[in-house]
Design a binder for this molecule. Structure first.
Ligand code: ZN
Length: 194
């Protein structure tokens, strides 16, 4: 976000050990999509050093285009070999062509996030529930993997995604399509870089 960590912070992640207190560390960033051309706010040589990169639309960084324009921007982002996941694509403030984005996710092996924070009552991404449901249904149909994300902005929220989990259960999403169910499954999908 504007005023957030500088690029040098992410470059410095190289000094972190692979394991801290018995916990394996994966290094990553959620990057902003800056414009309808799908440009991102970290340079390619920084992204290349990270294990896991999420790319998302955020209102403070760009205004939404039309559904077609947003879909085109996301399509461009998903052609970036260092991007692993699209963050909160269920955000109704940035409408997308769900069928097309899920199809590209399948082709590019990019994860679709089901963001727990978007589903909370009072979320600033109001109306996400219906869109997330439609995305999940399409992912199930096209057999595309999703990741449940806590979007933790505070340490006690880390790993909490009850609402996203409920939605996945209600749709009877096959376990192999939910990467959170297995470390091996998650690592396989990001194996291009780890
Ligand atoms: Zn975000």
């Amino acid at each position: 976000m504007p005023g957030g960590a500088n690029e040098i912070y992410f470059q410095n992640l190289r000094v972190l050990p692979r394991e801290i207190n018995g916990v394996e560390v994966l290094k990553g960033a959620e990057v902003n999509i800056l414009d309808l051309e799908g440009n991102l706010d970290l340079a390619q040589n920084t992204l290349e050093q990270l294990d896991f990169v999420i790319a998302s639309f955020h209102r403070p960084c760009m205004a939404s285009g039309t559904k077609e324009e947003n879909t085109r921007a996301l399509t461009k982002v998903m052609s970036n070999p260092f991007v692993n996941m699209i963050g909160h694509p269920g955000n109704p403030n940035f409408p997308i062509d769900i069928v097309q984005i899920v199809r590209i996710a399948k082709e590019t092996n990019i994860l679709i996030e089901i963001n727990n924070s978007s589903l909370k009552p009072g979320s600033f991404r109001k109306g996400s529930k219906e869109v997330c449901y439609a995305i999940l249904k399409e992912c199930k149909k096209q057999e595309v993997a999703v990741a449940l994300g806590s979007d933790a902005h505070f340490m006690y929220d880390i790993g909490r995604f009850e609402l996203a989990s409920e939605m996945v259960d209600s749709l009877e999403m096959p376990e192999e399509l939910v990467v959170n169910t297995s470390v091996a499954r998650f690592k396989k999908i990001i194996s291009r870089k780890v």
